[in-house]
Design a protein around this ligand. Structure first.
Ligand SMILES: Nc1ncnc2c1ncn2[C@@H]1O[C@H](COP(=O)(O)OP(=O)(O)O)[C@@H](O)[C@H]1O
Ligand SMILES: [Mg+2]
Length: 225
């Protein structure tokens, strides 16, 4: 499904070069649950952004379902991003004065779906993550765990094959963390491919595969069981 060959990403800040990814080779199969660990600045988010077509490689190849991503133009990248990926971030990225229902319905504005149906789908997604009693709460009126559940529901509305999560439990307490990780586990059991970045060793245990990053390189890549 996902193949990176000799993938590098260099950032330029003035005269300074920062190699965020250094000659990465990586394959991820459909249905995997991959956890990524590594110290701050080791290139984890850069990798996730590249996978999700939010960023592009400066060298090497990215093949996604037989599509050579390097060859896509801006519009094609956006189309691929919207159709294939759902994103979940540490800081939730919700509109704060907007209800859970509207936050989840929002990404469907660009799909050709009637308003009424958008809200139907959003409602179903929120019920699926256990928030049927919080549909009309604004983000500011929700707990961290609830906000992350809204964000997950939003990531799912376009029925993506792959979910990319960048430290999704980074701001959560132990109880909410367990709840959110159960949702990811269930989604994976239903066939979603998941790539999840975490700082916490015990979260790293959830996946079927653990990858460790150091200084832009993969230093560990093991399938468990
Ligand atoms: N947009 C950017 N411009 C310049 N440097 C960046 C940018 N994004 C990331 N970097 C640098 O690339 C390296 C990897 O960053 P990142 O992928 O965010 O690491 P991680 O997610 O593992 O903490 C860091 O040294 C960071 O400072
Ligand atoms: Mg990061």
């Amino acid at each position: 499904m996902i193949t990176l060959k000799n993938a590098s990403r260099v950032y330029y800040i003035g005269e300074t070069e920062v190699s965020a990814l250094k000659n990465i080779d990586l394959t991820i199969e459909k249905g995997e649950f991959v956890c990524i660990m590594g110290s701050s600045g080791s290139g984890k988010s850069t990798l996730l952004n590249v996978l999700g077509c939010l960023d592009t490689l400066t060298e090497g190849e990215y093949i996604l379902d037989d599509i050579n991503i390097n060859l896509l133009n801006k519009d094609q990248l956006a189309e691929t991003r919207n159709s294939k990926f759902g994103f979940v971030f540490q800081s939730y990225n919700l509109l704060s004065q907007t209800t859970a229902l509207k936050n989840v319905a929002l990404p469907m504005m660009y799909a050709n779906i009637k308003l009424e149906e958008r809200f139907e789908i959003a409602k179903k997604m929120l019920c699926d993550v256990g928030l049927e009693h919080r549909l009309y709460h604004k983000s500011t009126q929700l707990s961290g765990g609830q906000k992350q559940r809204v964000a997950i529901a939003r990531a799912l509305v376009n029925n993506p094959e792959i979910i990319l999560a960048d430290e999704p439990t980074g701001n959560l307490d132990t109880v909410s963390t367990a709840e959110i990780m159960k949702i990811f586990t269930d989604l994976n059991k239903k066939g979603k491919t998941i790539v999840l970045i975490t700082h916490e060793e015990d979260i790293g245990e959830y996946g079927n595969r653990l990858i460790r990053f150091s200084d832009g390189k993969i230093i560990y890549n093991e399938v468990r069981k």
